[in-house]
Design a protein around this ligand. Structure first.
Ligand code: UDP
Ligand code: MG
Length: 318
């Protein structure tokens, strides 16, 4: 029987073959320095580059490594969720596998946790090696979210954070499928604090977050924590109705005084196209919420696991 695990480190892996050995080496060095029992949960999110076999090999050699292998790619947020489900530590750290979040910062997170904070999130003071487009859209996104949601999600923080066991237990009861974990971990409350760090460039490989995935994450964040887009339709409806009511006497007066203004098709066409556009956009916004409702109603599992850490223990015992 192993000692009670103090720390769980969760890293989601999607085609990170060249980062795996370095991740394992640096996390091991940092965690060994704590002198307390720890585990590294590597969640393989349907990798196709051989990361899967590499993870299993690491687990064979090092008992700290616990592999969770997905049946296919389910996405970053779901992979982290599986890590939370399987974690056993009293403190749980979520970290990216590409070493953009330096494992050494974990010690700073742990220090704050020992002071009694239950959520210690890492704030990106600087980001190196990323395009201006990524930095700009990210900065814009965090500020938009902050403005329109009720939950005060800390600015410029990713998923790199430490969560106390109490927080993890609460998060594990929240089974929504369009997940925005940093919002959810702000929503639960508890004592929270930020720790500043420098976000490094990727150690190896390319980003697994193309614009399409970033947009989806942003939509999940907005729809998951705010009704603001739905309310926009209402505001806009009142605004256009107001304009119409004001316009009626103006147009009547112009006609009576013999003006040629507002004759012809152009003004009509523009008004119709404009309102038609606004209505279609509002329908699309509704669709975003209804689609998510439909997904929740189906109640499918969040992820499917092909290989669990427990079975890995059994295999190595045979
Ligand atoms: N990731 C994942 N599933 C995906 C996409 C990404 O598990 O579908 C993992 C990826 O392997 C990495 C982390 O999520 O460990 C963050 O991804 P990435 O570094 O590509 O994002 P970025 O830092 O560019 O925003
Ligand atoms: Mg990265």
């Amino acid at each position: 029987m192993m000692d009670k695990i103090q720390y769980s480190i969760i890293a989601p892996i999607y085609n990170e073959l060249d980062n795996l050995p370095e991740l394992h080496r640096r996390v091991s060095a940092v965690m060994e320095s704590t002198g307390e029992p720890w585990e590294l949960i590597l969640v393989d999110d349907g990798s196709t580059d051989g990361s899967t076999e590499r993870i299993l090999k690491l687990a064979e050699r090092d008992r700290h490594v616990r592999p969770v292998i997905f049946a296919r790619n389910f996405g970053h947020q779901i992979a982290v969720t599986a890590g939370l489900d399987y974690s056993r530590g009293q403190a749980v750290v979520i970290i990216d596998a590409d070493l953009q979040d330096p494992p050494e910062v974990i010690l700073d997170l742990i220090a704050r946790w020992k002071e009694g904070y239950e959520v210690v999130y890492a704030v990106r003071a600087e980001r190196e090696g990323e395009t201006w487009f990524k930095k700009f859209t990210a900065a814009l996104f965090y500020r938009l979210i902050f403005r329109i949601t009720d939950v005060k999600i800390p600015l410029d923080t990713g998923d790199f954070r430490l969560l106390d066991r109490k927080v993890v237990d609460v998060l594990n009861t929240m089974r929504e499928r369009h997940r925005f974990l940093r919002g959810m971990s702000a929503w639960v409350g508890f004592r929270q604090i930020g720790v500043k760090y420098r976000r490094a460039p990727r150690f190896a490989g390319k980003t697994k977050y193309p614009f399409r995935k970033m947009l989806r994450l942003a939509l999940n964040a907005i729809t998951g924590f705010s009704y603001f887009p739905l309310q926009l339709a209402t505001y806009f409806g009142f605004f256009s109705a107001g304009v119409a009511i004001l316009a009626i006497p103006v147009v009547v007066w112009l006609r009576m005084s013999g003006s040629q203004a507002f004759f012809g098709q152009a003004s009509t066409l523009i008004a119709v196209l404009f309102l038609g556009g606004v209505q279609l956009i509002s329908l699309g916004v509704l669709g975003e919420y209804i689609g998510r409702l439909y997904d929740e109603a189906k109640g499918r599992p969040l992820y499917i696991v092909r290989y669990e850490p427990e079975s890995a223990d059994e295999i190595s015992r045979k």
